[in-house]
Ligand binder design. Structure first.
Ligand code: GDP
Length: 427
């Protein structure tokens, strides 16, 4: 195996800043520090003040900390330079590092990828970390932290241990079937244990998917033209000042307003304007899109007649333009003009959202993880229904394989590229 190159990057935010943290990871990390400081290396894990130079040229004075492998962020030798966060300072140090033998600039997510490859973190933790770095709201942050901190991994490892034990027991029962009754695993007993594991997995699958929390809950405002849809979204957005940045994939055909309400990421989607277009063909496309948006909505705010209310769950009926008079209409009376009822409407939305989003500290799984847990759960159900010990062993192997893939393992290159590509450089 060829020795991995030593990588380096600015790991803190974009300069200028008070302090910049430059991270170096790999077999040449300490040699690089030695070359820049021309002094004996500091004691591991203790910050030491050092002058950094490249030959005769002074670069900066900063704190140097060494983290020898394997007890480091990546599992390799890691050095951290805390230097002044000016653009020219950071650029000069990065350039000097680039000229050292065996060093190259890190790619996005490469430090975390190495941490995964050296077994410092597993795949589920890496996924949680990616979400943590992208978290914009408080609930997103807490959910991602629970996963990044290994909460999900611990649960999955516990399942894995149970599966390993069960496999060992069933294999023993097969191998010694003729010889020893003591080793035999009574069918009733083993069924109970498989059912229990399948039930635990089912329970975990009941937690709403992590993506809804990561990407925001989609709340489509729908109704006939002039119902007041755009005005309502503006009124809500004006009231909730904390606008978060738009998520990837936001289309221009429907107007999307992502906002954070009480730590929950919500995206209000306006289907207005779609019906306003003249010309049959265009209008048809517009209506199609509005229908598409409704189909993908997590919650629909319906501003039309209650009799035309979409037949689906999570629909909140809104009685718009309440300031125009006490018309007896179904729904929450709201006026975008006066602000009346907006708070009550937001409360209703939050009420619906609570059931659709994972709770702040719950171990929400993403689609990949859910799929694998489902594979494992089905295999356990099959194992519970199977009388033949050899076939039971096979089902258990399937169940374990899925769990192994959840935590990492071979054959994941594509998925890893996609995952670590989500990180920024220096992470
Ligand atoms: P959309 O086509 O459903 O998006 O409806 P708009 O938001 O564009 O509103 C249509 C018309 O109704 C506009 O003239 C708005 O000024 C008016 N409107 C919207 N909301 C209210 C409201 O709460 N009270 C009153 N009086 N007029 C409203």
């Amino acid at each position: 195996m060829t020795e991995p190159l030593t990588i380096f990057a600015l790991s803190s935010g974009a300069p200028p800043a008070g302090v910049a943290v430059i991270r170096i990871s790999g077999p040449h990390a300490f040699a690089a520090v030695e070359s820049l400081t021309a002094r004996p290396l500091p004691v591991p894990r203790r910050a030491a003040l050092r002058e950094l130079r490249e030959g005769q040229i002074a670069l900066d004075t900063g704190l140097v900390t060494l983290f020898p492998a394997p007890r480091s962020a990546t599992g390799e030798d890691v050095a951290e330079l805390h230097v002044h966060g000016g653009r020219a300072t950071v650029a000069a140090i990065l350039a000097a590092l680039g000229r050292l033998p065996g060093l190259r600039a890190a790619e996005p997510g490469e430090f975390t990828r190495r941490a995964f490859e050296y077994g410092r973190i597993d795949l589920a933790e890496a996924e949680g970390l990616a979400d943590l770095l992208q978290a914009e709201t408080e609930v997103q942050r807490r959910a991602a932290l629970a996963v990044a901190g290994g909460g999900l991994s611990r649960q999955v490892h516990a399942w894995r241990r149970e599966l390993l034990e069960a496999s060992a027991k069933i294999e023993a029962a097969i191998d010694f079937a003729d010889e020893d009754d003591v080793i035999a695993w009574p069918v009733v007993e083993r069924r109970q244990s498989f059912d229990a594991l399948a039930a635990a997995m089912s329970l975990a699958l009941e937690t709403p998917p992590a993506e809804r929390l990561r990407d925001g809950l989609r709340i489509v405002v729908a109704g006939p033209p002039n119902a007041g849809k755009s005005s309502l979204i503006n009124a809500i957005v004006d009231r909730e000042i904390a606008i978060v940045s738009p998520v990837a994939g936001t289309t221009r055909d429907v107007i999307e307003a992502p906002i954070a309400v009480r730590g929950l990421p919500l995206i209000f989607i306006d289907t207005a304007g779609l019906h306003d277009s003249t010309g049959d063909a265009v209008e048809r496309i517009g209506i199609e899109r509005a229908r598409g948006a409704m189909a993908q909505a997590d919650i629909v705010l319906w501003m039309g007649d209650a009799r035309d209310r979409p037949q689906r769950s999570a629909v909140i009926q809104v009685a718009a333009k309440a300031d125009l008079g006490p018309a007896v209409r179904d729904g929450i009376p709201v006026s975008s003009l006066t602000g009346q009822g907006i708070a009550a409407l937001i409360d209703a939305v939050i009420g619906e959202a609570a059931d659709l989003l994972p709770r702040a500290d719950s171990l929400a799984m993403n689609e990949r993880q859910r799929r694998l847990v489902e594979v494992s759960r089905s295999a356990m159900v099959a194992a519970a229904a199977e009388a033949d010990a050899v076939l039971v062993a096979e089902h258990l192997r399937c169940a374990r394989q899925a769990i192994d893939r959840l935590l990492g393992g071979a054959g994941l290159e594509e998925m890893l590229d996609a995952l670590f590509g989500r990180f920024c450089i220096g992470k």
